[in-house]
Unconditional design. Structure first.
Length: 176
C-alpha cells in the first residue's frame, strides 16, 4: 500500500499501529477525526520514503513534538494543527529540508520561531497562527519560495515589514 487515507471520518480511540508495518507507505492522512491517546510516533521513522503526513484536528493527549518526525527527510507536507501539541518547535525538524507545506496552527507552541524555519530552502506555506510563540522576528527572512505565511495570534515582536521585504512570491501574510 502506498497511500492510506482515513481523513475526515468519525474514527475514535488510538491510531492503529499496523500502518507502521507498511514500509512502502508514502502518504498517511489521519486528520479530522476523533483519535485520542498518544501521537503515532513509535516506529514512524521506518517510513523512509514518506511524503505526506496529516494528523491535524484530532484530540490527542497533550504533549510535545515527537522527534522521530525529524527522520522523515523526504516529507514535503506536514499538517499538525489542532492536535494539542505543546512546547517549542524542535531543532530535529531542521532535517525536513523537502518540506513545502508546514501547518502547526492552533496548538500550544511556545518559544521563538526557530531560525532554520525562516531560512528553509523549499517552504511555500507556513501556518503557525494561534499559538503562544514569542520572541523577535529576525530582520532578514530568507524563505524565498514562501507564498503564504500566517503568524497571527502569537506574541511576536520585531520589524515584520523589514523582515519580509525580499520575499517576492509572498501573496498572503497575516500577523494580527
Amino acid at each position: 500500500m502506498v497511500f492510506f487515507n482515513l481523513s475526515t471520518n468519525l474514527f475514535t480511540g488510538e491510531v492503529p499501529a499496523f500502518f507502521l508495518r507498511l514500509t512502502a507507505l508514502k502518504s498517511l492522512l489521519l486528520d479530522t477525526n476523533f483519535f485520542s491517546g498518544a501521537y503515532p510516533a513509535a516506529g514512524i521513522s521506518r517510513l523512509a520514503v514518506f511524503f505526506v503526513l496529516t494528523l491535524a484536528n484530532n484530540p490527542f493527549a497533550p504533549g510535545p513534538f515527537f522527534l522521530e518526525l525529524g527522520e522523515l527527510t523526504k516529507l514535503n507536507y506536514l499538517w499538525m494543527s489542532r492536535m494539542n501539541l505543546n512546547g517549542e518547535i524542535p531543532e530535529a525538524f531542521s532535517s525536513l529540508t523537502e518540506l513545502t507545506q508546514l501547518r502547526m496552527s492552533s496548538n500550544n507552541l511556545t518559544g521563538a520561531i526557530p531560525a532554520w524555519l525562516l531560512r528553509h530552502g523549499k517552504l511555500e506555506h507556513l501556518y503557525l497562527f494561534g499559538n503562544g510563540l514569542t520572541g523577535e522576528l529576525p530582520r532578514n527572512v530568507t524563505v524565498f519560495f514562501l507564498i503564504e505565511l500566517d503568524l497571527s495570534m502569537n506574541h511576536l515582536t520585531g520589524f515584520f515589514l523589514e523582515a519580509f521585504r525580499d520575499l517576492r512570491k509572498l501573496t498572503l501574510l497575516f500577523f494580527f
